[in-house]
Design a protein around this ligand. Structure first.
Ligand code: HEM
Length: 319
């Protein structure tokens, strides 16, 4: 081979293998013939779980986010520790706060009975997130399917790539742009905090030391979350105006400086995202459509498709 051709061939090969791990092979009809009732089974299980525990919708949505931000949407978040890697569940952003793992287990068990080794855990997470949002009154979107599951997980990537509750705006923008998400995506996705709960240990600093917080709001939270310690796990709603309804109440709260996390209020604190927060606070439809569009992008991060990864039989363990 002529020496000049070699670099071009190598470039072509690396471009081909990069393409194989993108979303080229995802499709909304992916399971149409291999597991036609898969989507119905997931929706039924999610509906049941949320009827039993309304917070579960929030927990399932968060699981998909925590999956996609670490190694991509490959269900790595679900893997237990093994001799060869330390999983993500014990990492700071997940330890003691990830919920919904048993719901995913139940769905997976059912799908293995219906159509063995067919539906990936990563796709279950993506569909369960969408179904949760819809069930709680939020927008819908068509989930693209065909993700495959990782055979490894990374506690250190979970610690480095998931933004923390004390992040400032710059940090949030950087963390999301590292994943190919824009400022609009970041603000819209943060609107997920219209549902769910936070533990005192994650909002203690906010209610005692932040100055850009509504005084009455801060005072109302202090009883359950003492400054000196204790009550670390007591819960407060992320959107006190409508904690279990997926609407734009979260953004209205920010206008009144009632963001529960420092990172929530950072979106409306005199910076570049103030205008967008104001728009979402007054226009629920705009929030809904931007959120749905951003969820599609979130669900496309770092995918394993084709012959990469595997279809796990048990979401907690590599086959
Ligand atoms: C912008 C950066 C973000 C930060 C710093 C952040 C941080 C947090 C923290 C600290 C909690 C509370 C955990 C606990 O106390 O147990 C939480 C809860 C939650 N987060 Fe986020 N989050 C962010 C973005 C997102 C995104 C993009 C989504 C989904 C698309 C999301 C969905 C949720 C939900 C639904 C809950 C409530 C979970 C439940 O009640 O079980 N978050 N987040």
């Amino acid at each position: 081979m002529a020496p000049a051709l070699l670099p071009r061939l190598l470039l072509l090969l690396s471009a081909t293998s990069a393409a194989a791990v993108t979303n080229a092979q995802l499709s909304e009809n992916y399971y149409e013939s291999s597991c036609p009732a898969a989507l119905l089974a997931i929706r039924t299980a999610v509906t049941t779980a949320v009827l039993l525990d309304r917070r579960m919708g929030a927990s399932l949505l968060r699981l998909h986010f925590h999956d996609c931000f670490v190694q991509g949407c490959d269900a790595s978040v679900l893997l237990d520790d093994t001799a060869s890697f330390t999983g993500e569940k014990g990492a700071g952003p997940n330890a003691g706060s990830l919920r919904g793992l048993e719901v995913i287990d139940r769905i997976k068990m059912l799908l293995e009975l219906m159509c063995p080794r067919t539906v990936s855990c990563a796709d279950i997470l993506a569909v369960a997130a969408r179904d949760s949002v819809v069930h709680l009154g939020g927008p819908s979107w068509t989930v693209q399917l065909g993700r495959r599951d990782a055979t490894t997980a990374s506690a250190s990537l979970a610690s480095s790539d998931l933004p923390g509750p004390n992040s400032n705006l710059n940090h949030l923008l950087t963390a999301f742009s590292k994943k190919g998400l824009t400022t609009t995506d970041m603000v819209a996705l943060s609107g997920a905090h219209t549902i769910g709960r936070v533990q005192c240990q994650n909002y203690r600093n906010r209610i005692y030391t932040d100055t850009d917080i509504d005084a009455t709001f801060a005072a109302s939270l202090r009883g359950g979350c003492p400054q000196a310690g204790g009550g670390d796990h007591s819960l407060a709603p992320l959107d006190a105006s409508s904690p279990d309804t997926f609407d734009n109440g979260y953004f209205s709260g920010l206008l009144y400086h009632r963001g529960l996390l420092h990172s929530d209020q950072a979106l409306y604190d005199g910076g570049s995202t103030d205008d967008l927060v104001r728009s979402y606070a007054t226009n629920n439809d705009q929030f809904g459509s931007d959120f749905a569009a951003a969820m599609l992008k979130l669900g496309n991060i770092g995918l394993l498709t084709g012959s990469y990864g595997e279809i796990r039989v048990n979401c907690r363990a590599v086959n």
